[in-house]
Design a protein around this ligand. Sequence first.
Ligand code: NAD
Length: 175
Amino acid sequence: MRGLFVGRFQPFHNGHMKAVEWILGRCDELVIAVGSTQRSFNRMEVFTAGERIEMMRRALKARKLDGRCIIIPVSDINNNALWVSHVNSLCPEFDVVFSNNPLVKLLFSEVGKKVVEVPLFDRKSCDGSHIRKLMLSGAKWKELVPKEVAEFIIQKRGIERLRSISKEDKYGVVA
Ligand code: NAD
């Protein structure tokens, strides 16, 4: 059986990793759709699609899960009613969708696709916006993402990027 897991992964954190492991306990293979590929270099979406794929691949490889995962970049489209067709046109076939995102669940359910929620792991801390806040404030964040992801973010000077794009000019916050 092949599953689909959609996310923005800004960044790919321990909650995402646990979700992937949980799904792979139930599926042979997993298509991971990296969403919103057109967005990067802003406070909410810091990393490019390529960077998110890279961080995810490194974390999966370290856990010997890369051979069971197919990572596909998926841009957003300006029409929710057509989004499932858009995803289907880009991804290999899958039998079941794993998501807790209400819109993702609704759109796939509408076309009769089986949708399964994944258990939330340490949701208070393992949350993209919380982790980005910690990064901005200089607080500890590395333990909330897989080690390989932390190394990659540091290598790409991701914290410096986040701070630069969060600076205010005289009109307020830039991004
Ligand atoms: P996300 O990175 O916030 O989350 C991805 C998944 O991981 C979600 O199912 C989430 O519930 C789960 N998760 C998060 N934290 C977790 C934790 N601590 N433990 C376990 N699981 C956890 O991404 P998202 O916002 O759900 O991504 C949806 C993507 O689909 C976006 O890119 C969005 O733009 C795209 N989308 C696009 C359209 C369109 O283009 N019209 C429509 C619908 C969705």
